[in-house]
Design a binder for this molecule. Structure first.
Ligand SMILES: *[C@@H]1O[C@H](CO)[C@@H](O)[C@H](O)[C@H]1NC(C)=O
Ligand SMILES: *[C@@H]1O[C@H](CO)[C@@H](O)[C@H](O)[C@H]1NC(C)=O
Length: 339
C-alpha cells in the first residue's frame, strides 16, 4: 500500500474504533542535539549531558519570559507552537571496544494529517482526558501560562519509574508491550520511548526547585489512560503532554552479541533505563493552545482553529550550535562524562 492509502485507511480505522479523539498529536523535527538544559541547568554552557531538542528557535541555555513571543520559527507542525521539548540522547556502547555512537532518531510512524517529511524529532501529544475520551465539559483543561516549565523522570532514578515512562521494542513498525526498562534483546524496528508528563498543576508556580513538585502525576496505567480528578494540592487540570521517540537502533543490532546485556545507554552514562527523563518548556503563542484544547474534536488535524505548517517549512527552522563539541561519530567517552 502507498503511504497515502495507509494513512487514509488508518485514519478511517481510527474513525471506526472511536468516534472522538480528544487532543492534539503532531510531529516536531529535530532542532538541535547539544549539551543544553535551560530548565535543570539554566545558563550552563555546556550542561551535564547531551539532549535531543525539538521546537522553537528561542531555545537557549537560559530561557525566561514568554517564549512564544520571542521565537520566530518552530520545527513542529503546529506553526504557533514555539515550545521546546527534549529528552536525553540514546547512545550505543560498543560491547568490546567501549566506544560510543549516537543512535539516530526517526519519525514515529505513521505520520498522519499530511505531516510527512519530519526529520528525526519526536511526536508530541496534548490530550484532554485520555486518547479516546472527550470530557472537556466535565473537566475543563487550562493551558500552561508563559514561562511554565516542568520535567518528568530523573537521571538518578534507580527503581522503576511511574508507568508514564516506558520503552517498547519495535518489530518492524509494530509496537510491543510497554516496559519500564530497556529491551533485553535486539529490536528490529528500533526502541520506542514514551514520556507522559503529569497533568495536575498547583495553579501558582511556573516551576519548582525540583522542576516537578508544582505538578502532580495521576498516571497509574500504561497508555493514555490517566485522568482521574486532580488532588486539592494540585487542582488545575492541564493538557497531558506526551512525547514519543523512535531510536533507530537497527544498524547497531549486528554489533550486539547474542546473550550480551543491552548495549544502549542514555547520554548521562545511564545503563539502567529507569533514568529516562524529559523536559518541557511551554511556548505556544498567545491563546493558540487554549483554543485547540477547548474544542472537543481536535485530534491530528489541529481543529481547524490553529495554524499548521508543512514539515518542509518546519525543517528550515534551525539554531546555532552554542556548545562546540562532537556528539556524533565514534566517541571514546560520552560528552561531559568522565569515562
Ligand atoms: C541566547 O542567549 C544569548 C546570551 O544570553 C543571547 O545573546 C542570544 O541572543 C540568545 N539567543 C536567542 C536565540 O535567544
Ligand atoms: C570500536 O568499534 C567500532 C565499530 O567497529 C569502530 O568504528 C571504532 O573505531 C572502534 N573504537 C575503537 C576505540 O577502536
Amino acid at each position: 500500500m502507498s503511504t497515502a492509502s495507509t494513512m487514509k485507511s488508518l485514519a478511517s480505522a481510527l474513525a471506526l474504533v472511536a468516534p472522538v479523539y480528544a487532543g492534539l498529536r503532531f510531529p516536531c523535527s529535530t532542532l538541535t542535539i547539544q549539551r543544553l538544559d535551560p530548565v535543570v541547568q539554566p545558563g550552563a554552557l555546556p550542561a551535564a549531558h547531551v539532549h535531543h531538542i525539538v521546537g522553537g528557535n528561542a531555545f537557549n541555555a537560559t530561557m525566561t519570559g514568554d517564549v512564544g513571543e520571542r521565537a520566530t520559527c518552530t520545527t513542529c507542525q503546529m506553526a504557533e507552537d514555539f515550545s521546546n521539548y527534549w529528552t536525553a540522547v540514546l547512545y550505543f556502547k560498543h560491547p568490546t571496544n567501549g566506544s560510543y555512537h549516537r543512535v539516530p532518531v526517526v519519525p514515529v510512524q505513521p505520520l498522519l494529517g499530511g505531516s510527512n517529511g519530519a526529520q528525526g524529532g519526536l511526536t508530541v501529544y496534548y490530550t484532554q482526558f485520555d486518547l479516546t475520551r472527550d470530557n472537556i465539559k466535565q473537566q475543563p483543561v487550562k493551558t500552561f501560562p508563559p514561562g511554565f516549565r516542568m520535567t518528568v523522570g530523573s537521571p538518578t532514578q534507580t527503581s522503576r519509574p511511574h508507568v508514564g515512562l516506558r520503552y517498547q521494542c519495535l518489530q518492524g513498525q509494530n509496537r510491543g508491550a510497554e516496559m519500564p526498562d530497556f529491551p533485553t534483546r535486539p529490536c528490529s524496528g528500533g526502541i520506542f520511548t514514551t514520556h507522559h508528563f503529569p497533568a495536575c498543576w498547583d495553579g501558582k508556580n511556573l516551576d519548582s526547585p525540583d522542576h516537578q513538585s508544582h505538578m502532580y502525576n495521576t498516571i497509574r496505567l500504561d497508555g493514555f489512560t490517566n485522568a482521574p480528578a486532580c488532588p486539592s494540592s494540585h487542582p488545575v487540570r492541564m493538557p497531558q503532554v506526551t512525547f514519543e521517540t523512535v531510536w533507530d537502533t537497527t544498524k547497531f543490532n549486528s554489533m550486539w552479541p547474542s546473550g550480551a546485556p543491552n548495549p544502549f545507554v542514555w547520554s548521562f552514562e545511564g545503563t539502567s533505563g529507569f533514568g529516562t527523563h524529559a523536559d518541557y518548556m511551554f511556548g505556544w503563542k498567545g491563546d493558540s493552545l487554549q483554543r485547540a484544547m477547548d474544542k472537543s474534536e481536535c485530534f491530528y488535524d489541529g481543529c481547524g482553529s490553529i495554524k499548521k505548517q508543512a514539515m518542509q517549512t518546519a525543517n528550515k527552522c534551525t539554531i546555532q550550535k552554542t556548545v562546540g563539541e562532537e556528539v556524533d561519530g565514534w566517541l571514546e567517552k560520552l560528552p561531559g562524562m568522565e569515562m
